[in-house]
Design a protein around this ligand. Structure first.
Ligand code: MRU
Length: 373
């Protein structure tokens, strides 16, 4: 039965689609439910202590899953949004194209407003809308079916892109190297190998041992909760450090390269990633350590000339003061500033690695040559 688009469903709990995803060997973070009427996600906000799948149908809970970082990481958000727009379209009661399309635009704008920095969200929503618009002379059920196939294609393309990125990234390290990571750019943030963690996981698969130092990544601890979890489970030599220890491990000669993902890259090579990334890049430059940014081509935004054009998400103070402590770590009256991302100047980035290859400065030129802008 088709439901009305934009309807807010109850809090999603493990249901029909979960069996499909939990049966898989690798970590599956986002999937379409078996019946195709819901998006099933692994709730990343509970990891590593609890593995819980959520089955999401209503616009409200789909929005909340992105805003609360239950699903997170730029590529994963894009894949999730494509499935979400499809699920809402499939639940629409509209029979005429105009009505259907107006509802789709409302759902698209609503999902797009969940987080501002990762460009993949908007890109994948645009792609789904373009498809629907191109089929305006077709029946609504045919458009909905095409949207389902498009969302699956977006997901499959990401798997292939992560694999290609990982292959290129593997050429940047040697057996025994120490790699520093910040935030999480592994399978949980993407699909299969990941971007920043892709070369590390591929190396492991090929019997090449690397030593990885994971920044814990305050305030939401994606490095501790997700990156260290993924790497440990894969059998990679993994050491967790606090963010303020990056300098000492570099100084002690433990680090040969820094690998990070990113949420949006401007046409000049400036890259927005999790808060603290730019500090790691500045340290790496100081110690003469290469700093690599990994992302699919869809993360490069030709509409942003430089990092100054990238909107930085501001999040709630309680993430800093209360989230991971038994008792609040600061007085409630103390003001907080909680930007979720920062921009690393392109001049500090040794290379940007996409599925199309390895681009080096000057980025406007190398991106254009690779057909990225
Ligand atoms: O706030 P998050 O957890 O969504 O931030 C994610 C990051 O900053 C990742 O490093 C980035 O999205 C790259 S994911 C391959």
């Amino acid at each position: 039965m088709r439901r009305r688009g934009g309807e807010r469903g109850a809090d999603g709990e493990t249901a029909d689609g979960a069996a499909e995803v939990t049966g898989a060997k690798e970590i599956v973070n986002v999937a379409l439910s078996g019946a195709g009427d819901a998006v099933v996600i692994l709730d990343q906000s509970l990891l590593p202590n609890e593995t819980r799948y959520l089955t999401l149908r209503g616009a409200g809970e789909l929005y909340e899953a992105i805003a609360s970082l239950r699903v997170r990481g730029a590529p994963a958000i894009g894949i999730f949004a494509a499935y979400a727009l499809y699920v809402l379209a499939a639940g629409s009661a509209a029979e005429r194209y105009d009505e259907f399309y107006a509802e789709l635009l409302r759902n698209k704008a609503y999902l797009d407003s969940s987080r501002p920095t990762a460009v993949n969200l908007r890109r994948m929503l645009d792609r789904m809308e373009r498809l629907a618009r191109s089929m305006r002379r077709e029946s609504v059920p045919r458009i909905v079916e095409a949207m389902r196939r498009e969302a699956i294609a977006i997901h499959n393309e990401d798997i292939a892109m992560c694999r290609a990125i990982s292959e290129y990234g593997l050429t940047l390290v040697r057996p025994g190297d120490g790699v520093l990571t910040h935030c999480n750019a592994g399978p949980l943030a993407t699909s299969r190998y990941g971007t920043g963690l892709g070369p590390i996981l591929l190396a492991k698969e090929r019997g090449i041992e690397l030593r990885v130092y994971c920044d814990e990544t305050r305030p939401l601890l994606q490095g501790a909760r997700l990156t260290a979890y993924e790497l440990y489970k894969a059998g990679v030599d993994t050491t967790l450090i606090c963010d303020n220890m990056a300098s000492i491990v570099m100084r002690e000669g433990r680090i040969n390269a820094c690998f990070v993902g990113c949420d949006r890259v401007a046409a000049n090579g400036d890259a927005a990633n999790k808060i603290g990334t730019s500090g790691v890049a500045i340290l790496a430059a100081h110690y003469g350590i290469p700093f690599y940014v990994f992302c699919p081509s869809s993360t490069i935004d030709p509409d942003c000339a430089s990092g100054g054009d990238i909107e930085i998400e501001l999040r709630a103070p309680d993430e800093i003061k209360e989230k991971f402590f038994k008792a609040p770590s600061a007085l409630p009256e103390v003001k907080c500033y909680n930007p979720a991302f920062d921009v690393t100047d392109g001049s500090l980035i040794t290379a940007v690695v996409t599925e199309r290859g390895i681009c080096r400065a000057p980025y406007a030129e190398s991106f254009a040559k690779a057909g990225l802008i």
